[in-house]
Design a protein around this ligand. Sequence first.
Ligand code: NIG
Ligand code: FE
Length: 382
Amino acid sequence: MTGSLLVTGIGELVTGDAEQPVLTQAAFVVDDGAVAWVGAAAEAPAADAAYDMGGRAVIPGFVDSHSHLVFAGDRSAEFAARMAGESYAAGGIRTTVRATRSASDEELTAHVRRLVDEMQRQGTTTLEIKSGYGLSVADEARSLAIARQFTDETTFLGAHVVPEGITPEEYVALVTGPMLEAARPHARWIDVFCEKGAFDADQARAILTAGAAVGLRGRLHANQLNYGSGVQLACELGLVAVDHCTYLSDADVDALAQSGTVATLLPGVEFSTRHPYIDARRLIDAGVRVALASDCNPGSCFTSSLPFCIAIAVRDMGMTPTEAVLAATAGGAAALDRTDVGRLTVGARADFAVLDAPSHVHLAYRPGVPLVAETWRGGVRA
Ligand code: NIG
Ligand code: FE
């Protein structure tokens, strides 16, 4: 787009501004892909063009800070079995590893594209993508190379589980050695699944330390299936975010509040594994910064929908609709250490979703209804 665009007729504008996150009778101007002005519609400056929202709500595009999109295969039978009483087993990851290894680059890329498009239609404008279903040097590197075609926020998750045919000690050596070397050019972050049956805190520390030594910033899957020391490790290492946080002791909550590490909550996982929903109110009231993300993956949670996650967070996790929308926008940005996305304030990228609804509350009030009518990135309608 050339020239500035005045966005008017907005039913309600969620800016994500710390002081006043929700405005009515507001307008904003987009120039050069970014928000150039936000304020009262009556005081809007002149612009080269105008776009009337017709009373619909505008919110920042969702920032989905946790997804595993590079995979092949289908595990819907596992889901059906869980709904009939089976429990979630992270061992299912190896099923996806087999399918992913035997898929071609073209198949994997086309599948990621389909999921990214699906996310975009639901209002996501920034997303993180992890590897973690390759678990060999070549398959992790190609997973990240594919992910990088869709986002700069790529995460090396070689330490997802220990694959078949190798001891844990040998595998940690591989992850911190040749696999890290092959992944590094394609990744911004490094992640570890720190959980009984995957990697313990000492292994996680070793892997994150090796990643940091080559410039990859750490994040962690922790306390998803059991209480454990992963969250405390993330806080001790000063990681930007620790994800899942389903089982938290009071000491874990204190550590999160003290460290400022963002707790990324993934309600779709609890929906899909029947683990208990997290009491987000407890975290927020303790001063913990929270984000909401999808965790879109074939095993524990195959939703790509942040509106769905917001509805659960409001219905079952004690968040207000405004808190939930902010957690999926500015919160997700914080979890990726980004300030240029996740809000519609001056200087931010003009990434936004237009809702077929007068207010953001409808995202939880009308669950399951496709309310995202338009998604804009950098001031351009996608
Ligand atoms: O974030 N927790 C570990 N990894 C994924 C699940 C992977 C799978 O089941 O395939 C998650 O929940
Ligand atoms: Fe995950």
